[in-house]
Design a binder for this molecule. Sequence first.
Ligand SMILES: N[C@@H](CCC(=O)N[C@@H](CS)C(=O)NCC(=O)O)C(=O)O
Length: 227
Amino acid sequence: MGAFLRFFYTRSKQMYRLHCFCQSGNSYKVALALGCLGQPWTAVFVDFMNGVTRADEWRGEFNQMGEVPILEDGSLRLTQSGMILTYLARKHEQFGGRDDGEQREILRWLLFDNHKFSSYFVSYRFMKSFGQTAPDPAVMAWLKGRIDQAFSVVDRHLQSHRFILGEDPTIADFSMCGYLFFPEEESGLQIEQRFPNVRKWLERVRALPGWSDPYEILPGQRCAPRW
Ligand SMILES: N[C@@H](CCC(=O)N[C@@H](CS)C(=O)NCC(=O)O)C(=O)O
């Protein structure tokens, strides 16, 4: 094999592999980053809805935490979307902040996102749309209160920022928008109506080269909201 062909063969063999499924906004965070970085990737479907990630065998082989996304880069296997996004930003020298101060600021928002902004929204949407039993109204009311607080913080911040850090998009944006391009009926929370600065920010993210709709790029069967 000539050097030229070998280069392409090696490249295609090492294409990123993203273990994911189409309802997973945490997977979408990584898929969106790869798209905006112009990096080709291939999906490895994880049958989350049928309990694959709860099996000891799956956990033993792929992720002891029982979670997706998982990103494979050659022999490297990475988990936790925030860590994966940081890895990609550093590797491709884009979207990762220009100096130590910006990198710290990105980490601050990634932590806020994982603890509060995506996190409470994820639980609410899951119970409303994909849970096996009808959601408990008291739990949903509590979650909605937490969601409203976290989204108010971000909406206020975005009054004076085009993207989370300022003028330019970073992985903090990819992380925080991860659940907000799914159909509104899945949460029923009317986020864009109630938080106008979040809506304008999402329009800016949607306009980025490389953006795609989650249900167009992630594998698996779409299902109608259950409750
Ligand atoms: N902090 C993790 C959260 C990952 C996560 O919760 N993924 C969901 C799918 S979107 C999952 O696999 N959940 C399994 C579980 O909670 O048991 C990340 O950002 O990657």
